[in-house]
Unconditional design. Structure first.
Length: 329
């Protein structure tokens, strides 16, 4: 997806979270950590607020109430409407006023985001008809059964259509939120927030949200040590064979582990990291494209431009003009 350029106006992007009982405290906290206030070193680019259908106490899954003073009218001033998941019995219907308010916000041009079971609100509003969508793997079958026009993908972390986005459960909500910040404000700004949260760079949406582990026999080794090793060597050419030697397995076994644990090939994972590093260097430095290409292991400016265009549908020069960090304090 082509990143959205930084707005010329310093007006913060307003994110309004629509809460429902029993609200997931974790998903709400994840959204607040990404879109809320940060340290003075990270300039504010978002304004984050809450609303609910009936203003007042909103019970969350942790067993305490959140006092929400704004009603559905808050969605009228939202640039992004975010629906963090909540816990309700299977088959629970979304209230008609909520459906109407979300649909109207979308018609006004707001981006609508559903985290985990928040996808059910988007589906009830008809915003996912004919579109691919994500939700928690345990709720994917119910979403598909209740809304057959929605193309539910039970495996991926998140799906972003630009005007509509949905994510799987729990930590995948952070991945989607960081992805949206990267699309809005650039990769460097998103990385600042990730570092503030002591988070690694966000996972790509195509990665798997859940892998069924065998009930007997050895559990596949984690790829985490290899991924950390690779992240520190982006400027060096690394083949799948070299990765396999590092992991003390065959190339075939390594490729299978990537597919099982991440849903992508080793080469694709490494290219994604190289593109992310390229974006940050374009935003934060004046280095020539040729120099950046060597720093991120893409060998030449020609190769970098081709790979960059394939990934983001724009050129490094156009990306730099839109996201140069002179716009970041």
């Amino acid at each position: 997806m082509t990143p959205r350029p930084l707005p010329e106006s310093p007006t913060p992007h307003r994110v309004v979270a629509l809460l429902q009982p029993a609200q997931s405290a974790f998903l709400l906290a994840c959204a607040n950590e990404v879109f809320g206030d940060h340290s003075p070193a990270i300039p504010a680019r978002y304004a984050f607020e809450l609303c609910t259908e009936h203003p007042g106490p909103v019970r969350n899954q942790a067993g305490y109430d959140l006092l929400v003073t704004a009603g559905l009218e808050a969605l009228e001033r939202a640039d992004t409407v975010l629906v963090p998941g909540w816990h309700q019995p299977a088959g629970t219907q979304v209230p008609p006023p909520v459906i109407a308010a979300v649909r109207q916000a979308h018609q006004r041009g707001s981006r609508i985001v559903g985290l985990c079971s928040g996808a059910f609100v988007l589906a009830a509003a008809g915003l996912l008809d004919g579109r691919r969508a994500a939700t928690h793997w345990a709720q994917a079958a119910e979403l598909a059964a209740r809304f057959p026009q929605v193309h539910v993908d039970p495996a991926v972390l998140y799906v972003d259509h630009g005007d509509i986005a949905t994510s799987a459960g729990s930590a995948a909500g952070v991945d989607l939120c960081l992805h949206l910040v990267s699309a809005d404000q650039g990769a460097a700004y998103a990385m600042r927030i990730a570092r503030q949260m002591v988070m690694p760079p966000h996972r790509e949406g195509c990665q798997l949200q859940y892998t069924e582990q065998p009930t007997s026999g050895p559990v596949p080794d984690s790829l985490a040590p290899l991924l950390e090793w690779l992240a520190g060597r982006l400027d060096q050419p690394v083949s799948v064979a070299e990765m396999a030697v590092r992991s003390q397995v065959s190339s075939r076994t390594l490729t299978r582990r990537f597919t099982e644990q991440l849903g992508i090939s080793p080469g694709r994972w490494l290219l994604d990291r190289r593109i992310a590093a390229t974006r940050a260097l374009l935003e934060e430095t004046d280095l020539p494209v040729e120099t950046i290409a060597h720093r991120v292991g893409l060998s030449s400016a020609v190769n970098l431009r081709r790979r960059f265009h394939d990934a983001l549908h724009t050129t490094p020069a156009a990306y730099r003009r839109a996201f140069r960090t002179s716009k970041i304090e």
